[in-house]
Design a protein around this ligand. Structure first.
Ligand code: HEM
Length: 423
C-alpha cells in the first residue's frame, strides 16, 4: 500500500482509499508508515504512526502532555519553528501559550455571540442564492460554497467587503500548499514522488509566506486602526484588553486570522460542497431531507462531516516515550490522527460506509477529538452549513451537482476546487 503521507495515495479513487484505511484498522496496533520528509530546513525523518481507530484518536487527543501540537500540528511536513508559528497560530501551540490564546479567542465564539451572528449568516446565504437565481448556475464553489465561509469570517473580524477577493485568493494558496495549481509543481511530479521535492521547497515556501504575509499585513493594519478607533468587531475585541486584562498584539491577531481563514474557510466550503454532491448521488437521502428540512438539516450536516471528514488529519509529536493502542511510541516520533478513518470505524458506527442523514447518535471526530484543540469554530461551521443548505433547498429544491468535482490534491483537507451544478 502507498503511504497515506504520499500525495499519490490521495489521487486514488475514493473506494480504494476507504479500503486501505479499513485494512489499517484491522491491524491490532498502530502501524508505522514510511514517508521521507524532504524539507531542507530541518533534519529529515522517515515516517509516522498512522492512528486510524476511533478509540486511539480519542486517546491521543485527550493527552496533549504526551502528544503535543508543537512544533507543528497543521503540517505533516516539518517546518522551521518560526514558520510554523507564523502560519499556524494556536493550532501549533501547547500548554499555557495555547491556553492563553484560546481563552482570549474563545470569547468570540461564545453561544451568545454566535446567536448575534445568526441573522448576518442568514442574510449572506440569502444574497448568495439571489445571485445564483440572477446569474444562473455555473461553478458551485465560486458561486456558493466558497463564498459564505469567507464572507462570514470577514464579517466576524470586521474586514470590509473590498478585501474578500484577496482573502479568498490567499486562502486558496495557503490551503492548496500541495496542489499543483497553487504551487507550480507538476501533478505528475507530485504523484510520482509523493511531495514537492528539495528543489521546490524554497519557491513553495516563498509562495506560502507571501500569502500568509498578505493576510497578516491586512489584519495587522486593521488591528492598529481598531486600537485607535474600536468598532463592534472581533479585531477590536482582540486588540483591546478583556476583563482578564488579556489582549493580543496586532501581529498575533494577524497570524490568528491566517488560522481562521485556513481552518474556517476551506473546511466549511468542503462541507457545503460535499453535501450537495452526496445529496445528488443519494436521491433517497435527499428526499428524506426535503420531507423535513427544518428537522433534518442539522443531522445531515453532521453526517456530511463524518462521511467526508473535511479535515483528513492533524499531526501530533510525542513529547516523551509513551504508548498508544498497545504500541510503544518514542519521544520525538510523529503521529497522524486520521479523522477520516476514525469516522469509518465499525467499532463505533453501524454500517460506517453508508451515508445516512438520520444517523443517531453520531459521535464523529470530524471536528477533532476531545482535547484542548477541539475545533473552536464547530458551532459556527454548523450554523453556516445548515443555513446555506436550508436556503438552497428551500428556494432551489431541484439543485444538484453535475459531473465529477475537481478535488484538491491534499493529504490534509478533503477540498473541492470546482464543481458544476444545475438548478
Ligand atoms: C466543517 C467545518 C470545520 C471542520 C471539519 C473543522 C475541523 C477542525 C479540526 C479537525 C480541528 C483540530 C482539532 C484537534 O486538533 O483536536 C480544528 C481546529 C480549529 N478550528 Fe475548525 N473546523 C471547521 C470549521 C471551523 C470554523 C468555521 C472555524 C472558525 C472560523 C474554525 C476554527 C478552528 C480553530 C481556531 C481551530 C484550532 C483550535 C485550537 O488549536 O485550539 N474551524 N477544526
Amino acid at each position: 500500500m502507498i503511504s497515506p503521507g504520499h500525495l499519490g495515495f490521495w489521487a486514488r479513487p475514493d473506494e480504494e482509499r476507504v479500503a486501505a484505511f479499513a485494512a489499517l484498522r484491522r491491524h491490532d496496533r498502530p502501524q508505522w508508515m514510511r514517508f521521507r520528509n524532504r524539507t531542507p530546513f530541518v533534519p529529515t525523518d522517515d515516517g509516522f504512526w498512522a492512528i486510524v481507530r476511533h478509540a486511539d484518536v480519542v486517546e491521543a487527543s485527550r493527552h496533549p502532555e504526551l502528544f503535543g501540537n508543537e512544533p507543528t500540528a497543521a503540517s505533516l511536513y516539518d517546518l522551521p519553528p518560526w514558520m510554523a508559528r507564523y502560519l499556524g497560530s494556536m493550532i501549533n501551540m501547547d500548554g499555557p501559550r495555547h491556553a492563553r490564546m484560546r481563552k482570549v479567542v474563545a470569547r468570540a465564539f461564545s453561544p451568545r455571540l454566535l446567536a448575534d451572528l445568526e441573522a448576518g449568516v442568514r442574510d449572506r446565504a440569502a444574497r448568495i442564492v439571489d445571485d445564483v437565481v440572477r446569474d444562473g448556475p455555473g461553478d458551485f464553489i465560486a458561486q456558493v460554497a466558497g463564498r459564505l465561509p469567507v464572507e462570514v469570517v470577514c464579517d466576524l473580524l470586521g474586514i470590509p467587503e473590498q478585501h474578500h477577493a484577496l482573502v479568498t485568493r490567499h486562502g486558496n494558496a495557503l490551503v492548496g500548499f500541495t496542489d499543483p495549481e497553487y504551487i507550480g509543481v507538476s501533478r505528475d511530479y507530485l504523484l510520482r514522488h509523493g511531495a514537492p521535492g528539495p528543489r521546490h521547497i524554497v519557491p513553495v515556501s516563498a509562495r506560502l509566506m507571501r500569502a500568509g504575509q498578505a493576510l497578516t499585513t491586512l489584519v495587522g493594519r486593521l488591528g492598529r486602526e481598531r486600537l485607535r478607533e474600536p468598532r463592534g468587531d472581533l479585531i477590536s475585541t482582540l486588540v483591546h484588553a478583556n476583563p482578564d486584562g488579556e489582549r493580543l498584539t496586532p501581529r498575533e491577531v494577524g497570524t490568528l486570522f491566517v488560522l481562521l481563514v485556513l481552518a474556517g474557510s476551506e473546511t466549511t466550503r468542503a462541507t457545503i460542497a460535499h453535501a450537495l454532491r452526496l445529496l445528488t448521488t443519494h436521491p433517497e437521502q435527499r428526499e428524506l431531507l426535503l420531507a423535513d428540512l427544518d428537522g433534518r438539516t442539522g443531522g445531515a450536516v453532521e453526517e456530511v462531516v463524518r462521511f467526508v471528514s473535511p479535515v483528513i488529519q492533524f499531526r501530533r509529536t510525542a513529547t516523551a516515550d509513551a504508548e498508544l493502542g498497545g504500541r510503544p511510541i518514542r519521544a520525538g516520533e510523529k503521529l497522524l490522527l486520521f479523522y477520516n478513518s476514525a469516522n469509518r470505524d465499525a467499532a463505533v458506527f453501524t454500517e460506517p460506509d453508508l451515508f445516512d442523514i438520520t444517523r443517531s447518535p453520531n459521535p464523529h471526530l470530524g471536528f477533532g477529538g476531545p482535547g484542548p484543540h477541539f475545533c473552536l469554530g464547530a458551532n459556527l461551521a454548523r450554523l453556516e452549513a445548515t443555513t446555506m443548505l436550508r436556503e438552497l433547498f428551500t428556494r432551489l429544491p431541484g439543485i444538484r451537482a453535475v459531473g465529477e468535482p475537481e478535488l484538491l490534491l491534499s493529504n490534509f483537507t478533503h477540498g473541492i476546487k470546482r464543481m458544476r451544478f444545475a438548478v
